[in-house]
Design a protein around this ligand. Structure first.
Ligand code: PEP
Length: 257
């Protein structure tokens, strides 16, 4: 990656999922850019659907807001109908890529091993990966939250050199909080983030956990963001629904700044 990613940066990233055409995306990102312009305390990224990436990238030019994608294939090219590679995303102007979102893990059978391969490919292609991890409701109720987080982080990061791991971001996204309106408490988010940082220390090397930015994701909105960002453990947010409306996304960015 050409740019140096600072130690544990603040970051708010919008995941538009399968919403907005390229024309709609250009309009929304233009509105967001007008609000966010000049704000430097927190990095901001927008991750539109693939067809909108180039139009959104054009509307974000010179805004300081980064462009991201929601997924990529681990291979650099080949006969993989319907897929896109990291180098294609880089070529389209992306800096970030979301990997292992729960809607892909649970809805499209994406395994821990596939996420690990994608992470290596993203690093190879110069993208900053936002690696999503998180437990389901039944796993939380069964007392397995820490076990799930350790497994997901270990599989993704095992064997990565510390300097490389530091160039990534992890989003803790409890599956039961995504798109449900049910947000984790700041204490639950912090507790999960501590598990993730301790796992990075064990798997990658001592001190790594303190250097990787950890986002919380799951029904973040302008009302609950300030309490989440007040936690030392929470470095920012991955925002779904509330990133589809410029004013609400801006209020979340302002709360993180
Ligand atoms: C997400 O898509 O990553 C997400 C956190 O969605 P929402 O904010 O809508 O819960």
């Amino acid at each position: 990656m050409s740019e140096i990613w600072p130690r544990r940066p603040r970051l708010v990233a919008g995941n538009w999922k399968m919403h907005r055409t390229s024309a709609e995306g250009a309009a929304l990102s233009g509105e967001i850019a007008a609000l966010v312009r000049g704000q430097k305390a927190c990095a901001v990224a927008l991750c539109p659907p693939f067809p909108a990436i180039e139009a959104v990238g054009r509307s974000l030019r010179d805004s300081g807001i980064h462009l991201g994608a929601q997924n990529m294939h681990p291979e650099p090219q080949g006969a993989f109908t319907g897929e896109v590679s990291g180098s294609m995303l880089r070529g389209a102007g992306c800096r970030f890529v979301i990997l292992g979102h729960s809607e892909r893990r649970h809805g499209m059978g994406e395994t821990d091993d596939v996420v690990a391969r994608k992470l290596r490919a993203a690093l190879r292609d110069g993208l900053t990966a936002i690696v999503c991890v998180g437990e389901t409701l039944s796993e939380r109720e069964g007392g397995q939250t820490a076990e799930v987080l350790v497994r997901q982080v270990r599989t993704a990061y095992d064997g990565l050199p510390p300097g490389t791991a530091r160039q990534t971001v992890i989003a803790y996204e409890p599956v039961w909080a995504i798109g449900t309106g049910r947000v984790a408490t700041p204490e639950q988010a912090s507790e999960a983030h501590r598990v993730i940082r301790a796992t990075l220390d064990r798997v990658v090397g001592a001190g790594t956990g303190a250097e990787v930015a950890l986002l919380y994701g799951g029904s973040v909105n302008p009302g609950n963001a300030p309490a989440l960002f007040a936690e030392d453990e929470v470095d920012g947010a991955l925002v779904g629904g509330a990133s589809l409306e410029a004013a609400s996304f801006w209020r979340i960015v302002a709360a993180a700044s």
